[in-house]
Ligand binder design. Structure first.
Ligand SMILES: [Zn+2]
Length: 101
């Protein structure tokens, strides 16, 4: 599981993904930085952002994993993590990786 940092704006500005592929530890560390919220940031760049867009803050969320449906049962299988298939796939499906072994 990896995490992405999302900048949320209180106004009409759409949210922005500003970092991806982080560990949970790194994501939390980022969000604990005072410079990642308009309430606590004092840096010139952050202050300018607040003046332009209003209140904002950085949060994090788990990144969505690309999945592909199984040809047979339709289970969503992580496309880039074959070793996770056992968690996502119904063992009764004949295309289950360990079926027939
Ligand atoms: Zn299947």
């Amino acid at each position: 599981m990896t995490y992405e940092i999302v900048r949320f704006y209180q106004g009409d500005h759409p949210q922005e993904v500003i970092a991806t592929g982080l560990s949970l530890e790194d994501a939390k560390a980022h969000c604990n930085d005072p410079e990642t919220s308009s309430r606590t940031a004092t840096g010139a760049e952050a202050v300018a952002r607040t003046e332009e867009h209003g209140p904002w803050f950085d949060g994090f969320r788990a990144e969505a994993t690309d999945t592909e449906p199984c040809d047979e049962c339709g289970a969503e299988i992580p496309a880039d993590a074959p070793d996770m298939v056992n968690d996502a796939h119904d063992p009764s499906c004949s295309l289950y990786p360990t079926a027939g072994e």
